[in-house]
Write a protein that binds this ligand. Structure first.
Ligand code: SAH
Length: 506
């Protein structure tokens, strides 16, 4: 059997987007992923679903797997012919014992590579608004550990040089020794007024940043209860933060939202919310499933040219429709001369991904909007294809038919309640405070409510319910709950804009 290979990969500081492309590719190829406490577990999602995942980090305050055991594990897996991704927080070669792992693999004759990562100190500086070097105040920078091996005392650092010879200092693992670090620097000539920033959980929505002069920071950190993991940045550059901070003053920074949309459609919403600084937790309360039978759609696909138009009202409908066309060996030419009607811009975007431009998008992005637009120009004697979900409201079909049109409305997807999610939601609610729960359709709410039962009543006191539009709101109210927010028009962009308004003006 040929020997495998170990990739020592820097996972970056926490925010999943800060992994390198090469790191992502290595994860995607790995047979085994060995990961640490500080590597964001979300990154495991880049791995293959059949990859083995081994956690070697600290467990609720206990110790991590001893380094020797980790070394042996990496070597054993590689010897078994496997590709091993060793995912380490930040950069593997910055205070991460990556050097020891690489040296061991080298000794054992096991091939390895190192994929650098964004180290916590650099990321913390960027996300706190601190340029680490700046021509006006400093040209030098040092990375230090504030937690030396027990046999070497902190005093082994060259305090004289650190105090007066280097502009910016970044201490990793320095929280327990913060007082000593500050005292030593001042004793060796750093002015007591030098600004210091302590940044905890950098790049994540729970990031906390505290700034104070060198003489006061240790006491302030204790008072604020800031604990590891945190980096300490010392130097005049910290003064730029007030001007350059951009992350922790985003409008939704520090807010935590539960997103209940199906996984396939959550990403866009998550990106919008994270772009405003929010923390998002996704537990889909609906899943998309194929229809019981394709018969109705298949029949329509055979005679597409007999339709005046195809009405598409959701991204799911769009993908089900076009994928089915593909399965049936049809391409876009089968739609030549058929009008494409999209309920709104998001649906239009999904249609565009299949290479078509809708002929009609109503001003009001709802079924009613489509209806008004079609009725305004007359539909008598026309035939429409309206691929939809099982539980779609029938308003379009009924009203168009009443106006003399023929409407075929085959079911092209179903939404089903996911199994085994109830425990996950209960666990989440017990562990974390949520600011709000976002519902983007009636069924996301109905399933959520069915999962939680009577507990939902208690929840409303703790977290607001946000709704995408009037129909979802109606469902929520019918169940006896309050809707804290509903945007003017039913799009995710408007929902996020309304959320920003809600928190910045209230
Ligand atoms: N190899 C890692 C450092 C590991 S040492 C890197 O390059 O970032 C662990 C220390 O890193 C922690 O004690 C803390 O000082 C720092 N650290 C790691 N992630 C951090 C984060 N998200 N925010 C603040 N500090 C972090």
């Amino acid at each position: 059997m040929s020997i495998g290979k170990v990739s020592l990969i820097g996972a970056g500081p926490g925010e999943p987007g800060l992994l390198t492309l090469k790191g992502r590719d290595c994860l995607a190829q790995a047979d085994v992923i060995v990961y640490d406490y500080l590597a964001n577990p979300v990154l495991l999602g880049h791995g293959r679903s059949d990859a083995e995942q081994i956690y070697v980090g600290k467990n609720r305050g206990c110790h991590s797997l001893p380094q020797d055991d980790i070394n042996q594990l990496l070597a054993a897996k590689a010897r078994a012919g496997l590709r091993v991704a060793r995912l380490k927080g930040g950069d593997p070669y910055v205070f991460g014992r990556g050097g020891e792992e690489a040296a061991f693999l080298h000794e054992q004759g096991i091939p390895f590579e190192v994929v650098p990562g964004v180290t916590a100190g650099f990321a913390a500086a960027a996300y706190a608004g601190i340029p680490l070097t700046h021509r006006d105040v400093t040209t030098s920078l040092a990375l230090l550990t504030g937690h030396e091996r027990p046999e070497r005392k902190l005093s082994s650092l060259d305090w004289q040089t650190l105090a007066t010879g280097i502009g910016t200092l970044i201490f990793y693992m320095g929280m327990t020794n913060l007082e000593t670090i500050c005292a030593q620097l001042m004793a060796h000539g750093r002015p007591a007024t030098t600004p210091v920033a302590v940044i905890q959980w950098a790049t994540l929505p729970r990031q906390k940043t505290l700034t104070a002069p060198l003489a006061e920071i240790a006491a302030r950190v204790v008072a604020a209860g800031i604990e590891p993991p945190a980096v300490i940045i010392i130097g005049e550059v910290v003064g730029y933060r007030e001007e350059l901070r951009w992350y922790d003053n985003l409008p939704l920074f520090g807010k935590r939202f539960l997103i209940t949309r199906p996984r396939e459609q959550a990403q866009y919403f998550v990106d919008l919310l994270q772009g405003q600084g929010a923390e998002t937790i996704c537990i889909p309360t609906i899943e998309i499933a194929p229809p019981e039978s394709w018969q109705d759609l298949d029949q329509a696909l055979e005679e597409l040219n007999r339709y005046q138009g195809v009405i598409l009202t959701s991204a799911n409908g769009v993908s089900a429709f076009f994928e089915r066309m593909r399965t049936k060996n049809l391409d876009l030419r089968a739609l030549a001369g058929v009008e494409i009607i999209a309920v709104g811009p998001k649906t239009a975007q999904s249609i565009a991904a299949y290479g078509l431009k809708p002929d009609l998008i109503p001003a009001d992005y709802r079924a009613e909007g489509v209806l008004t637009a079609l009725l305004a120009r007359g539909v008598e004697g026309q035939r429409f294809l309206y691929p939809r979900t099982e539980i779609a409201r029938d308003v379009l079909r009924v009203s168009l038919t009443a106006a003399g049109a023929q409407v075929d409305a085959p079911v092209v997807y179903r939404t089903i309640a996911p199994q085994n999610k109830t425990d996950m939601i209960r666990h989440l609610l017990a562990e974390k405070e949520l600011d709000a729960i976002c519902f983007s359709s009636s069924s996301t709410f109905e399933n959520f409510s069915a999962m939680l039962g009577a507990e939902l009543k208690h929840l409303q006191g703790r977290a607001a319910f946000f709704s995408i539009g009037p129909l979802t709101s109606k469902t929520i109210r019918q169940h006896g709950f309050k809707v804290a927010l509903e945007p003017q028009s039913s799009t995710l962009d408007d929902l996020v804009a309304a959320m920003v308004d809600y928190y910045t003006t209230s």
